[in-house]
Design a protein around this ligand. Structure first.
Ligand code: MTE
Length: 321
């Protein structure tokens, strides 16, 4: 690992000081605190070594067939995928999520699928797991400006939605994370509108790429990656890929996500990866691939433009950030 230049450390340190100040000064008030992108877009540390991923599965990982994504980019190290996480229900310290979440029990688990559907249903996890276990290697681009290549396993969300039969009135899908501060200590922090919620347009949710991930690196999802199931929507910023889902609701109204509620000027509903639309506080033109030195160009729709650009024909992608 190269030494961390002070130019990278300072903004994050300043941020935390400012955040502590705001929390102390305004405790209890309705706050619009910056969201998952609030830290410096340049991450200051990573557990991943700088060498490219080894072609064989590393210790701790299960069996993974692929070694790279469809662009030939190697998998991010297992240690980084499972050791450098964003999961505010546990802690905002990326490298402490795994330890903080280590005792999280994700079984038994069920998911309520309801709203504008002909057959609302509560699914037991065991039944959800029967919907498939395909390996899908996806790029994950965090809005903060870092990225990984991750071997998920799971099934297309459209398989689950087909079972409840969305009605013609359904236009959007809202997702909700478990809301239980006794199991997720970060939810005791008052400055976000728990539970974590996200949303997709119905056609985005029905797209084959939209994955319910139940595993990573050939193992069931560990708590830090969103056990027992989470979304993986690879052409959108990582915050759309909500973890530990307990409820999926079909609706005719555009859902408000946790980040839209927390910082409406910074996070929109669509959140498609777009190198030409900057975050209000930093450029989105490039990114740091965890495990690599230097930065690489960010790709439109995170490189999935051929598959998904047609979903947005005629839309002003600046306006519909
Ligand atoms: N889901 C919940 N419930 N809570 C979170 O804090 N963080 C999001 C997303 N899903 C988050 C979440 C963000 S900002 C990112 S970048 C990804 O999860 C990170 O997924 P990973 O930790 O598996 O890499």
């Amino acid at each position: 690992m190269p030494p961390i230049p002070s130019s990278e450390i300072t903004p994050e340190a300043l941020f935390w000081n400012r955040r502590r100040f705001i929390q102390t000064a305004l405790a209890g008030a309705a706050l619009t605190l910056p969201g998952c992108a609030a830290t410096s877009p340049v991450t200051t540390a990573t557990p991943a070594p700088d060498a490219p991923a080894a072609p064989t599965a590393p210790a701790g990982a299960g069996k993974v067939t692929g070694t790279s994504d469809e662009l030939g980019q190697p998998l991010t190290e297992f240690a980084a995928v499972t050791g450098y996480n964003n999961y505010y229900e546990f802690t905002t310290d990326k490298q402490a999520v795994a330890a903080t979440a280590a005792n999280f029990v994700a079984s038994p688990w069920s998911v309520q699928v309801d709203g504008l559907v002909a057959k609302p249903r509560q699914f037991a996890l065991e039944d959800i797991l029967k919907l498939g276990n395909e390996e899908r290697i996806y790029r994950l681009r965090c809005v903060e400006g870092w990225s990984m290549v991750i071997p998920w396993s799971g099934f297309s969300l459209n398989k689950l939605l087909a079972l409840v039969e969305p009605t013609s009135a359904a236009k959007y899908v809202r997702f909700e994370t478990l809301n239980d501060s006794s199991r997720m200590p970060g939810q005791k922090e008052p400055w976000y509108t728990w539970p974590y919620a996200e949303g997709l347009r119905l056609d985005e949710a029905m797209h084959d790429l939209t994955l319910i991930a139940t595993g990573v690196y050939g193992n069931p999802l560990p708590a830090q990656n969103g056990a027992p199931l989470r979304l993986a929507v690879p052409w959108k910023y990582g915050f759309k890929s909500i973890k530990a889902i307990v409820r999926i609701t079909l609706t005719d109204t555009q859902p408000t996500s946790l980040w839209m509620a927390a910082a409406p000027d910074e996070y929109g509903f669509y959140a498609n990866v777009n190198p030409r639309v900057d975050h209000p506080r930093w450029s989105q033109a490039d990114e740091r691939r965890i495990g690599e030195s230097g930065r690489r160009e960010t790709l439109m729709f995170n490189g999935y433009d051929k598959q998904v650009a047609s979903l947005y024909t005629g839309m002003d992608l600046r306006k519909f950030y």
